[in-house]
Write a protein that binds this ligand. Structure first.
Ligand code: KG4
Ligand code: ZN
Length: 357
């Protein structure tokens, strides 16, 4: 092992903001580079499927059951002992309060038992940080985060913060729109991957669905998807009332095109206006094949560098929390206070907790 790659720290990351119990282990080298050693996930998504959305109480209970085995599996996969861990990072918010509490309580217990620093970190900042595990250090960038719970455009000068929110959805999150439209089309929950799949056989120009908040007077960096969702519902109802079958592939492709079009157009505009030449995509919807292709095409046309983590790192996971923890450790950031508590509404401007909340 060369001096530059000798270990400087092992960081364990815990994520429980929604329905994924994620535990990641990242090794930080002396030169600041990071290596992902383990990324264990236990999902309660099947338990929510029949409700068509995540049920907070069910998610919290599932985290409680999955937590300790997930930590044990992550340490075993990483080939490290508990005594090798140098820092623990945990998602402190934003997210479901009861779900967050389970992760925060576990992380406090581990950090206290192992006598190592604890970092309570921001879920959105972690979605951006995860890209460093795949593509190396991140220059100042524009991040588009799109998932079941959030749709945000962020200006990220540095991962240690502060991060500036440029815009967000004013109603449904992008993933929520995918899930609701999938339901209208009779596809299972979570709907995003199903829409992505069936849209491959559809015509994206079949229906001209509305592009929310793209008028000249609209907020330039905010998103709205509820009008689009309603337009799809009306379209499906009209077809059914006329006794016609619903061309599911065409409707899915046209809906997906409307979402990808608005997301990429606003992202490119924000990056260009803020003078940022790197764009990062994150969150579950960043796994969408059309969004990825259109982002690639439009970034290239605008001279922007696009970084998209592999799909497994885009959805919620523990590796992203460990990645941000490793960055904070490398930057010599003081630990968060052990009295910290989960904050379901933690603003993205707060990358890590410096006071109890
Ligand atoms: O980041 P994530 O795992 O959890 C949240 O924080 O919400 O994102 C889950 C969301 C769901 O709404 C799901 O339908 C959507 O991401 N999603 C997709 C795709 N894969 C997952 N949406 C569109 N296309 C996909 N391929
Ligand atoms: Zn997320």
């Amino acid at each position: 092992m060369s001096a530059s790659t000798s270990p400087r720290g092992i960081v364990l990351g815990i994520e429980t903001s929604c329905d994924e119990t994620g535990v990641g282990v990242v090794a930080l080298a002396a030169d600041g580079s990071t290596t992902l050693l383990a990324d264990e996930i236990a999902s309660s998504v099947d338990e929510h499927a029949r409700f068509g959305g995540v049920v907070p109480e069910v998610a919290a209970r599932a985290h409680l059951q999955a937590m300790v085995p997930a930590v044990q599996r992550a340490l075993a996969t990483a080939g490290v002992k508990a005594s090798d861990v140098d820092a623990v990072a945990v998602t402190a918010g934003p997210g479901l309060a009861g779900a967050l509490l389970v992760g925060v309580a576990a992380a406090k217990a581990y950090a206290t038992a192992w006598g190592v620093p604890l970092y309570g970190v921001n879920h959105l900042a972690s979605h951006v940080a995860v890209d460093t595990l795949q593509h190396g250090p991140l220059p100042p960038c524009l991040a588009l985060l799109v998932s079941g719970g959030h749709s945000s455009l962020l200006e990220v000068p540095d991962l240690a913060g502060p991060i500036a929110p440029l815009g967000a959805t004013i109603d449904d999150a992008a993933g929520e729109a995918f899930d609701k439209v999938a339901r209208l089309l009779g596809l299972p929950f979570p709907g995003g991957p199903h829409i992505d799949r069936v849209a491959r056989d559809g015509d994206p120009a079949a229906v001209a669905f509305p592009r929310g908040l793209t008028g000249p007077r609209d907020a330039r960096f905010d998103f709205s998807f509820s009008g689009l969702k309603t337009a799809v519902a009306r379209h499906v109802e009209a077809l059914e009332a006329a006794g016609n079958g619903v061309p599911v592939a065409d409707v899915a492709a046209s809906f997906q095109e409307a979402v990808a079009d608005v997301l990429t157009a606003k992202t490119i505009r924000a990056a260009t206006e803020r003078g940022l030449d790197t764009v990062v995509l994150g969150g579950g919807v960043a796994a969408n094949s059309r969004l990825r292709a259109l982002a690639e095409q439009r970034c290239e046309a605008s001279g922007l560098r696009l970084r998209v983590p592999r799909p497994g790192l885009c959805t919620d996971n523990g590796a992203m929390v460990a990645a941000l923890g490793a960055h904070l450790l490398a930057a010599g950031t003081p630990a968060s206070p052990l009295e910290l508590s989960a904050d379901s509404g933690l603003p993205v401007t707060e990358v890590f907790l410096t006071h109890p909340h």
